[in-house]
Design a protein around this ligand. Structure first.
Ligand SMILES: Nc1ncnc2c1ncn2[C@@H]1O[C@H](COP(=O)(O)OP(=O)(O)O)[C@@H](O)[C@H]1O
Ligand SMILES: [Mg+2]
Length: 326
C-alpha cells in the first residue's frame, strides 16, 4: 500500500533500548528509552509529543529521522517501509523527513555563513548549480522572515529567535513533507516563542507540512497541535485530539501536566495538582504502572500490573483507574 490514502507516517510499536555498562562486576543493563510507541501522522497535521524531560521524546525524534535505528517496531512513510535499507528508502528518509533541534546555538556551525549553512543540504542532495542554490537559500530566508543581507553573516550575529528561524529554514531546504521539531522554542523567551510558533504554523499552511512537535511544555503545543501524545517513561499514557486532551484530560499524569500550565481562559482553569517526586529511571523502572508512585488516584492494582493503552470513544489511555470508571 503506497498511495495517497496511506497516512504520511505510520509508526507501530517503536522501541529503542540502549545497552549501558554497569561496571565490571555487574552485567550490562538496558535502558528502555522508548518502549512501544505507535501513532499515525496525517498530511498537513501536527502531532505533539509531550512529557517531562527523560521520557523518551528525543529518542523518538531520532528514530523518526533515522539518526538511530529502532530496536523494534515498524515505520512507514506513505506505505513505504523506512527501515528497509535500500536506495529508495534512503532517499525518502533524507529528503522527506527533516529534524529541527532546540538548540540553534549548538546546531549551527559558527564558522559558516548563513548562506553556506542553508545551501549545504542542496550540495549533497540536489543537482542545483551554485546560482540556483543561492536563489533557493534567499527564497527560504524570505519565507522565514530573514533579510537578504543576512546571507553573508555568521550565526553569532543573530538573536536566539533569528537563529531558530535559520535552523527552520535549513530544515526546509530539501522540501521535506515531515518536520520533526525537537523543543524548537524551548530555548527562547516567551515573547519570541510565540513568534516562532506563528512562523511554523504559517509555513505549515503554505507548504503543506506535517509536524511532529516535541515539547516538555504542554502550554507551547496548545495552538499548534492537532493531536497530542503524552509520554511517560518511554510509553504513551494518553493520546487524542488536542481539544479532547486540553479540555478534558483523563490520565492522572496528563491532568497533572496540564494543571501546571498557565491557562488564560477561566473556564478551563483547573485545580493545581502538584507533581511530587521525579521521573523514575528507565534503567530501573517501577513495577506496575510507571506513574503509580506519583499518582494521587493509584489503586492497589497499579503497583503490580502495567496498564495497556486502551481505546475509548475519543482517545487512548493507559490507566487502571480510568478503566474501572469505564
Ligand atoms: N544514547 C543513550 N544511551 C543510554 N541512554 C540514553 C541514550 N539516549 C537517551 N538515553 C536515556 O533514555 C531516556 C530518554 O531520553 P530522551 O529521549 O532524551 O528523553 P527526553 O527527550 O524526553 O528528555 C533517558 O533516561 C536517557 O538518559
Ligand atoms: Mg529531549
Amino acid at each position: 500500500m503506497s498511495d495517497q490514502q496511506a497516512p504520511l507516517l505510520n509508526a507501530v510499536d517503536l522501541k529503542k533500548y540502549y545497552p549501558v555498562k554497569q561496571g565490571i562486576f555487574k552485567p550490562d543493563a538496558e535502558v528502555k528509552a522508548l518502549d512501544g510507541v505507535s501513532f499515525t501522522l496525517e498530511r498537513g497535521k501536527t502531532l505533539a509529543v509531550v512529557g517531562e524531560s527523560g521520557c523518551g521524546k528525543s529518542t523518538l525524534g531520532r528514530l523518526l529521522t533515522m539518526i538511530e535505528v529502532p530496536t523494534g517496531g515498524t515505520l512507514d512513510f506513505q506505505g513505504k517501509d523506512l527501515l528497509m535499507r535500500d536506495p529508495e528508502s534512503d532517499k525518502l528518509r533524507r529528503q522527506k523527513i527533516q529534524i529541527v533541534f532546540q538548540n540553534p546555538y549548538g546546531s549551527l556551525n559558527p564558522r559558516k555563513k548563513i548562506g553556506q549553512i542553508l545551501e549545504e543540504p542542496l550540495e549533497i542532495n540536489s543537482d542545483l548549480n551554485k546560482a540556483e542554490r543561492k536563489a533557493r537559500a534567499l527564497e527560504m530566508m524570505a519565507k522565514v522572515g530573514l533579510k537578504t543581507e543576512h546571507y553573508d553573516r555568521y550565526p553569532h550575529m543573530f538573536s536566539g529567535g533569528q537563529r531558530q528561524r535559520i535552523a527552520i529554514a535549513r530544515g526546509l531546504m530539501l522540501n521535506p513533507e515531515v518536520v520533526v521539531a525537537d523543543e524548537p522554542v524551548s530555548a527562547l523567551d516567551v515573547s519570541v516563542q510565540a513568534q516562532v510558533l506563528n512562523l511554523m504554523m504559517d509555513l505549515q499552511q503554505e507548504l503543506g507540512l506535517s509536524y511532529v512537535f516535541i515539547s516538555h511544555d504542554l502550554s507551547v503545543v496548545e495552538h499548534i497541535a492537532d493531536e497530542v501524545m503524552v509520554m511517560y517513561l518511554g510509553r504513551c499514557v494518553e493520546k487524542g485530539t488536542a481539544e479532547a486532551l486540553f479540555n478534558d484530560p483523563q490520565h492522572p499524569y496528563t491532568q497533572a501536566l496540564l494543571s501546571a500550565t498557565p491557562r488564560l481562559d477561566p473556564e478551563h482553569r483547573r485545580e493545581r495538582i502538584k507533581l511530587t517526586g521525579e521521573l523514575p529511571s528507565p534503567l530501573n523502572p517501577p513495577k506496575g504502572c510507571a506513574f503509580n508512585a506519583r499518582c494521587r488516584h493509584a489503586i492497589d492494582k497499579c503497583a503490580h500490573e502495567q496498564p495497556a493503552l486502551k481505546t475509548y470513544s475519543d482517545r487512548q489511555i493507559a490507566c487502571f483507574v480510568v478503566e474501572e470508571q469505564g
